[in-house]
Design a protein around this ligand. Structure first.
Ligand code: 13P
Length: 255
């Protein structure tokens, strides 16, 4: 079993939620609940909460991430934030290619790749999101879609740099819908992603890469999902906004 060799990572994706006082309260509540976690714990928060999150998690086991970054180092890109700006603050992680960015903000596989490149160059760890639409699952092309997204996102990424990449499989139909992929469905697609990594980088790299599942993961279903061979953690939306729920998922992932 190679699963035991891989890092389990539970990451919260707060999306566009929490003002600064709300963020402070949530982090303070969360800290003692996850202090003895047996997995990596990350919170990815809105840009406006990064400084608060970094300050409050100093000296704790909670890592801090942003939810996106631009690919340019600087320049005339009104409203955007560069990877260097995040790294300079002390941010360690960044979510890239989330389906909400792809759906609502014109993100493509090519721009995902550019952002991945910029994030790696800045020294950030990337949480790379891939996932199929319901229509694509029904058409039987899940494996092809997820494989293509993964391959294009990783163009120009070396085997060494792959150590700074976490892949999150998030079926779009399961996000925020309360409709979770079954543990077998998640395991199957996560396994396919690992197969793509094996083809691109070899077996050792594929055995080592963390592949999360995301999409309505909660305190009730986390354990079954996380027990699967290819599910190495979770990217949690709604349930990451409640400290006890998020902590229960962290507990389920702890080894
Ligand atoms: O999009 C997600 C995490 O990035 C999942 O969101 P939910 O957990 O709210 O379904």
């Amino acid at each position: 079993m190679n699963k035991a060799l891989r890092k389990a990572v539970i990451a919260g994706n707060w999306k566009m939620n929490k003002t600064r006082p709300e963020a402070k309260a949530l982090i303070e509540e969360l800290k003692p609940l996850v202090a003895d976690a047996g997995c990596d714990v990350v919170i990815c928060v809105p840009y406006t909460n990064l400084e608060t999150a970094l300050e409050l998690t100093k000296g704790t086991n909670i890592g801090v991430g942003a939810e996106n970054c631009h690919w340019a180092k600087s320049g005339a890109f009104t409203g955007e934030i560069s990877a260097d700006m995040l790294a300079e603050m002390g941010v360690q992680y960044v979510v890239i290619g989330h389906s909400e960015r792809r759906q609502y903000f014109g993100e493509t596989d090519v721009t995902v790749n550019k952002r991945v490149r910029a994030a790696l160059d800045a020294g950030l760890t990337v949480i790379l999101c891939v996932g199929e639409l319901l229509e694509q699952r029904e058409q039987g092309v899940t494996e092809e879609i997820v494989g293509m997204q993964t391959k294009i996102a990783l163009q120009g990424v070396s085997e060494k740099e792959l150590k700074k990449i976490i892949i999150a499989y998030e079926p779009v139909w399961a996000i925020g819908t309360g409709k979770t992929a079954t543990a077998d469905q998640a395991d199957e697609v996560n396994g396919c992603i690992r197969g793509v990594i094996a083809k691109l980088y070899g077996k050792a790299a594929a055995d080592a890469v963390t592949v999360q599942y995301g999409g309505s993961m909660n305190a009730g279903n986390a354990e079954e999902l996380l027990n699967k061979e290819h599910v190495d953690g979770g990217l949690i939306g709604g349930a990451s906004l409640k400290a006890p729920d998020f902590a229960a998922i962290v507990k389920a992932a702890s080894r």
